[in-house]
Write a protein that binds this ligand. Structure first.
Ligand code: NAL
Length: 331
């Protein structure tokens, strides 16, 4: 796979394609950047961006993971000490998941976001940005709660981070796109350079095939799940046998969470999947690419129950090292 393909596969959007092509010309040692509000346990939402980070590392890029402790604090996620502790656990789980330790740098937001120069730059952006503009940028991250002043500062800080960490590429879920657009608009106004952004899709909730899969809303799978819990969640996942004609509106071909998990979580990490079936049901099936598996599910060649069993097996293999790590940490 060439560098451009590694950078862009499974991405929902790149801004802009031309800038990403430039980056793909010489990715060696370039810095990609993702930020997460620390939380104790990684779930599939985190792992989807992590898969992209692994692609980028394979293309030769270095990865900076911002443990966004100040952002989590602004978003009311706990006391500073609590947030710090969950960040340490998060770090261990990312490495266990398969990020290359030599190509990964972890940075706490509070290491630089409280410096005088940063704070003054932040105030400049505050002067320069209407409340309405900041609030719009934050809408998808914040959810439904009433906006606080901290929610307006949050996207401005995220904008500034892209400059302060000296990045070549900002990566995030599609829910981060408005903040990245704000950054593209505002950074030049304070004489900083615009960087390209890459957005991963938001995978549907496991049970409904709609909405955002995260730890707080809907059913997801996390590093905390036992093999049995994982199997149970996958087995009760929504898995319509045919294409949903209305799913196209969202830019999503099939809103089938089982297929989405194969596409975004399993195929990127395994060269080949084996669906084990008894001889009387046709024997084992082997898949090297997602499209063939999806077509077989839709044509009836692959039964949803067999697809789910296989999915659970591979997901379990992916989360097993992180699950072990968590057990170790928690004792
Ligand atoms: C992501 C987050 C916080 C700060 C960032 C700074 C630069 C780039 C990405 C960042 C967390 C993210 C979330 N807003 O919703 O989890």
């Amino acid at each position: 796979m060439d560098a451009y393909e590694l950078l862009t596969r499974n991405a929902e959007e790149v801004v802009t394609d031309e800038e990403i092509r430039d980056l793909a010309e010489d990715p060696e040692g370039k810095r990609a950047y993702v930020g997460y509000e620390p939380s104790g346990v990684l779930h599939l939402g985190h792992l989807l961006t992590a898969n992209k980070l692994i692609d980028l590392q394979e293309a030769g890029m270095d990865v900076v993971i911002l443990l966004a402790d100040v952002h989590a604090y602004l978003n009311d996620k706990g006391t500073f000490d609590e947030i710090r502790e969950t960040a340490e656990q998060m770090k261990a789980q990312f490495l266990a998941y398969g990020l290359d330790e030599a190509q990964t740098e972890f940075v706490y937001g509070s290491e630089f976001q409280l410096d005088e120069e940063y704070v003054l730059d932040l105030h400049t952006l505050e002067v320069d940005t209407t409340m309405n503009r900041a609030q719009r940028a934050m809408a998808e991250i914040q959810g439904d709660e009433t906006a606080k002043v901290s929610h307006l500062v949050y996207p401005l800080m995220q904008t500034l981070d892209i400059e302060y960490l000296d990045l070549d590429l900002a990566v995030g879920g599609l829910d981060q796109r408005k903040v990245h657009m704000l950054a593209r608009e505002k950074l030049p106004e304070v004489d900083y350079v615009v960087r390209p952004a890459l957005h991963t899709p938001i995978v549907a909730d496991l049970t409904s095939g709609e909405g955002k899969m995260s730890s707080s809303e809907g059913v997801t799978i996390s590093m905390e799940d036992s093999t049995e819990e994982l199997e149970e969640k996958v087995n009760s996942a929504y898995c319509p046998p045919t294409r949903d004609p209305e799913a196209d509106d969202e830019g999503n071909e099939r809103e089938n969470p089982v297929l989405e998990l194969f596409e975004y979580h399993v195929f990127p990490r395994f060269d080949e999947l084996v669906v084990e079936r008894p001889e009387k049901y046709g024997g084992d099936l082997t898949y090297e690419d997602y499209e063939t598996l999806a077509d077989d599910l839709e044509s009836g060649e692959l039964h949803p129950a067999d697809a789910k069993g296989t999915l659970a097996t591979y997901l379990d293999e992916l989360i097993a090292p992180g699950r072990e790590k968590l057990r170790e940490i928690r004792g």
